[in-house]
Design a protein around this ligand. Structure first.
Ligand code: HEC
Ligand code: HEC
Ligand code: HEC
Ligand code: HEC
Ligand code: HEC
Length: 457
């Protein structure tokens, strides 16, 4: 391992036990044993037309599945003590792949909140505590239609202005994410009785809704998006236990705020999203050459395939994150046979694997947002949030090349497969047409299932 890699990659160093200074979001201990005292519930969603856009209201609660009852997020210690946070996310285009187009302004200063990044959901932060953004339903029960009780139910709302990208926006998704801290939980001994308290990585909650003017009382709908992978399959490895040479962490990311709910991850990790928000030099950072590299897609399929194919990929997959942290995944080794890995994560639907072709995704994956971002500390920068001019890879090529990244195969995808690694969305499916399924589709000569040596059950 090169020294540069060693010293900038705190994620690896954590595992080696060598960390001196942790990034802020990892400084907190996680208390998984206390998770069973908390459950986030989205009880109702209403949608009302506003002068510009739509007002989306979420009525929610946090219950205690172990002892019964409902937490008061305005007064109870796990929510009012230092380190606690609760956030509402609102994203859209839930039926296909999220784009959240219209969620941000064109000119951005260096981010303090992820919510401002191109293609990110709109966020309302700090719902909890006496001064928090949520309002108790008990103060005016009329504000909370459709719930059986208003006790310890809360509401929060935000007006959003979805912009159509390739199709009219019909559906959205809301999430309640964040974490209480381990302090004042009846019947549970927390690791410390003084700050910093351990955080409790409670499973994030999501619900889907329709943008229609008739939904001012109840807008919730069943999940409109195709199911592709299943968190329970991820749990085979992501259980905090040893698999092969490593302890595979439970799936809580971003400061223990986004936890074990893939429906939340995909709202941000969508085809239009890259790591551009943090690809700039902050004052005081030594310029790691990897920060100055091109922005990297964090589309969920590209990211999750790339993370798990370290050792097979020839190009390191490096995401620049919060505080310009460099997350280099090239030394991840999949603890099973990578060739046969598809059903480890993927589900079957309609008698075939969701990893089989033709692909259902229609959006290309952005590789270049056309932003100005590689600037020295203090200089102005701007993130181009217009998805129409993004340079993209076609969807199947994006998916397969996340593992098969050798140039000869990229050339094959273009020359034989009709793919492109530098096109715009308007061309995809029109002038640029992928033909992969002709040869790699089910029953074809080079069938994806057969080529990866996966049998039929
Ligand atoms: C066969 C085992 C296995 C399965 C199944 C698996 N993973 Fe992983 N995953 C790993 C290993 C090993 C790592 C690297 C752990 C390390 O070195 O820190 C990893 C790392 C990750 C990371 C990076 C974590 C971090 O803290 O940086 C993410 C995100 C991830 N996996 C998501 C998923 C998702 C989502 C699924 C299910 C759809 C999944 N994984 C299924 C083994 C697995
Ligand atoms: C509100 C938006 C948002 C949500 C929700 C979200 N992410 Fe991210 N994620 C980002 C952005 C933006 C980046 C790139 C910049 C960065 O690293 O912060 C990123 C980076 C990452 C990275 C690479 C850098 C790192 O920190 O290790 C991993 C792994 C990751 N996310 C996993 C997940 C998983 C798993 C989920 C769901 C449990 C999730 N994310 C939910 C926005 C989000
Ligand atoms: C570690 C987990 C993991 C493994 C292993 C894995 N995938 Fe995936 N795959 C994902 C995730 C996560 C997505 C995106 C899910 C989403 O968008 O909801 C995805 C998406 C896809 C898609 C796009 C599906 C769609 O409808 O958009 C295809 C195709 C695919 N994978 C093929 C494969 C193949 C082929 C293999 C095996 C060689 C494989 N995957 C192995 C996690 C995995
Ligand atoms: C999770 C990583 C992963 C993904 C995603 C993935 N593959 Fe593979 N694939 C592999 C591995 C590993 C092998 C074994 C080849 C090797 O060891 O060189 C393989 C083998 C193959 C082979 C046989 C090559 C040979 O010489 O035996 C074909 C064809 C193939 N993949 C096509 C695809 C296509 C098409 C897609 C996209 C739909 C895809 N793969 C997605 C990891 C992946
Ligand atoms: C005309 C048929 C044909 C089309 C169309 C086609 N391929 Fe292939 N592909 C092949 C053949 C043949 C191989 C070699 C398989 C082998 O080694 O057995 C191959 C191999 C591959 C491999 C495996 C590389 C390795 O590791 O050996 C990948 C990945 C791949 N193709 C992806 C794609 C993608 C993505 C598309 C569409 C953009 C595509 N192919 C379109 C015929 C085709």
């Amino acid at each position: 391992m090169k020294m540069a890699t060693m010293f900038s990659n705190w994620r690896r160093l954590m595992l080696l036990g060598l960390v001196l200074a942790l990034p802020p979001q990892l400084a907190q201990a996680q208390e998984w044993g206390a998770v069973k005292y908390f459950k986030y519930n989205i009880e109702n969603v209403t949608v009302t037309p506003a002068s510009a856009g739509w007002t989306v209201r979420v009525i929610f609660s946090v219950t205690n599945p172990t002892l019964g009852g409902t937490w008061n997020i305005k007064n109870d210690l796990p929510f009012t003590s230092a380190g606690a946070s609760l956030t509402l996310d609102i994203g859209w285009d839930a039926a296909s792949d999220f784009t959240n187009t219209g969620s941000a302004n064109a000119a951005l200063s260096p981010l303090t909140a992820l919510g401002s990044a191109a293609a990110s959901p709109v966020q309302v932060r700090s719902l909890q505590g006496a001064a928090g953004a949520a309002t108790a339903c008990d103060l005016d029960p009329v504000q909370c239609p459709g719930v059986t009780s208003t006790t310890n139910r809360f509401w929060v709302q935000k007006t959003v202005t979805p912009v159509a990208f390739m199709s009219v926006v019909k559906t959205g998704r809301v999430a309640i994410e964040g974490k209480p801290v381990c302090n004042g939980i009846a019947g549970y001994t927390c690791p410390t009785a003084v700050p910093p308290f351990a955080v409790v990585p409670v499973t994030s909650a999501t619900a889907n809704f329709a943008f229609t003017s008739t939904q001012s009382l109840a807008a919730m709908i069943p999940d409109p998006r195709r199911a592709i992978v299943d968190i329970n399959k991820c749990h085979q490895c992501h259980d905090g236990k040893q698999h092969g040479d490593v302890i595979v962490p439970k799936l809580t990311l971003h400061g223990s705020n986004r936890t074990e709910n893939l429906s939340l991850c995909v709202a941000c990790h969508n085809p239009n999203q890259t790591d551009v928000p943090y690809r700039y030099q902050t004052a005081g950072t030594t310029a790691d050459p990897r920060i100055a590299g091109p922005e990297v897609p964090i589309d969920f399929k590209v990211m999750v395939h790339s993370i798990h194919s370290g050792g097979f990929r020839v190009k390191p997959y490096v995401v620049v994150g919060f505080g310009s942290s460099v997350n280099d995944f090239s030394d991840v080794r999949y603890p099973r046979e990578l060739r046969k890995s598809c059903p480890d994560c993927h589900i079957d639907a309609n008698g075939k694997g969701t990893y089989e072709l033709p692909i259902k995704a229609t959006l290309g994956t952005t590789v270049n947002t056309q932003s100005t971002y590689l600037v020295p500390p203090g200089a102005s920068r701007s993130i181009n949030v217009d998805p129409f001019d993004d340079v993209r890879m076609t969807p199947t090529a994006a998916t397969c090349s996340a593992c098969h990244d050798r140039s000869e195969f990229l050339n094959h995808m273009v020359a034989t497969g009709g793919a492109s690694f530098s096109t715009t969305q308007a061309n995809i499916g029109t002038t640029v047409k992928e033909k992969c399924a002709n040869c790699h589709g089910p029953g074809k000569e080079k069938d994806v299932r057969k080529m990866h040596e996966i049998g039929h059950d």
